[in-house]
Design a protein around this ligand. Structure first.
Ligand code: GMT
Length: 374
């Protein structure tokens, strides 16, 4: 099949998932065409049967435009690529504005070429952005006009139905997945240089937006740090980073917190991780948590949204209500202090991640494409 994929190319779960999907589809023999404004961050090198079509954002800066109409440029590109490459399907990730531009591209093709549009909902496109007054009607319209819609968790499907009604759309739940050939526990020396000898390694990966509660990450870590030697690896960047750094100084743990900024590949650091922290306000799935679990790191996080469909409380991780830093810290310390419990939880995290392997999940997308083509 010839598959077009549109996603956000920047650091974020939806772009990461879309890129992993494209790469795996190519491994399975499909031809994949990414259509977006920059090379997706996880696609930095040549992969057979994968092509990248850049939406030009440098032209069209006409003085009349105070705001560049990116959505129109994207729709035109999706239309061009679909026609030229004879795409069989167009799969867009994150509804705003991708489901809308895909609908436009399909309308432009009209009778000339059938182009089924598949929209995957990822989270904040439904729980935050899509609900804003200026986007609500068009998001609902575009979801309803997609040929197929998927959500990355049951939570997100329910949330979409609750928020938008979506009487006409049949939403399939296809969970996020992890490539176990790459994400697996590391050897003993994988921790070298990351933290002083004898330190527990605690990690957080996100885009440091408000919804991630990154100050809570630092607060939970401070409770662990009070109980034992430990180092916190903070990976990513975003609007809340300064606050997180200030919190680390205020709690006097800044000497044991390392801020790495954005990293293209986090697997090396995840393999060295003892515990992964994700105390978000809401999380439709928690792809970063799944990748950490595959590397053998139990997750301490929020009992919220789709995270409860990934992490089993008390088995492969620990879940507490958002904001419960005291409980998260206390339970994290209990596990880290008990080598037997910790090893059991580590094994359970790896086992749980295997339920979401590429091999189990990607065929579900292939089947959906085939169904959409009819
Ligand atoms: O908020 C983010 O972390 C980024 C966002 C995105 O769309 O890039 O992530 C959402 O999609 C991920 C991939 O499906 C999910 O794993 C995240 O849980 C989800 N984020 C939220 O719901 C806050």
């Amino acid at each position: 099949m010839k598959i077009g994929i549109t996603c956000y190319p920047t650091y974020g779960g939806s772009g990461a998932l879309a890129t992993e999907l494209g790469m795996d589809l190519a491994r399975r023999g499909h031809e994949v065409h990414f259509i977006t404004y920059a090379m997706p961050f996880r696609l930095r090198e040549y992969v057979e049967r994968v092509y990248f079509h850049e939406v030009d954002t440098s032209t069209g800066r006409y003085p009349l435009f105070e705001f560049y109409p990116y959505s129109l440029a994207l729709a035109s590109k999706q239309y061009d690529v679909a026609l030229r490459e004879r795409l069989d399907v167009l799969h867009v990730h994150y509804a705003v504005p991708h489901a809308t531009t895909a609908w436009l591209a399909r309308e432009m093709l009209g009778e000339r070429q059938r182009l089924p549009v598949i929209t995957t909902l990822h989270g904040t496109d439904i729980t935050l952005v899509g609900q804003e007054a200026s986007f609500y009607a068009i998001t609902k319209f575009s979801i309803e006009r997609s040929d197929r819609v998927t959500a990355v968790s049951q939570f997100l499907k329910d949330e979409t139905v609750r928020t938008f009604g979506c009487s006409n759309c049949h939403i399939s739940v296809i969970p996020n997945f992890v490539n176990l050939a790459e994400y697996h526990p590391g050897e003993a020396d994988c921790r070298d240089g990351l933290a002083p000898e004898g330190h527990k390694i605690v990690t957080h990966v996100s885009n440091f937006r408000e919804v991630k509660r990154v100050r809570d990450v630092v607060r939970v870590f401070a409770r662990i740090r009070r109980a034992m030697p430990a180092t916190l690896l903070m990976i990513g960047d975003g609007p809340e980073r300064d606050d997180a750094e200030r919190e680390a100084r205020d709690l006097k743990v800044d000497g044991d917190v390392r801020f790495f900024g954005k990293l293209g590949n986090v697997v090396t650091l995840l393999r060295a991780t003892d515990l992964f922290l994700l105390p978000s306000q809401t999380e439709s799935f928690g792809l970063a948590a799944l990748e950490a679990m595959a590397c053998g790191a139990p997750v301490v996080g929020s009992r919220t949204g789709g995270l409860t469909e990934v992490v089993e409380d008390g088995v492969s991780g620990l879940l507490e209500p958002p904001g419960s830093v005291e409980a998260m810290g206390r339970r994290a310390v209990d596990v880290l202090r008990d080598p037997e419990l910790f090893q059991a939880m580590r094994r359970a995290a790896v086992d749980r991640a295997a339920d979401f392997s590429t091999e189990r999940v990607v065929p579900q997308y292939e089947a959906l494409y085939a169904e959409a083509r009819g």
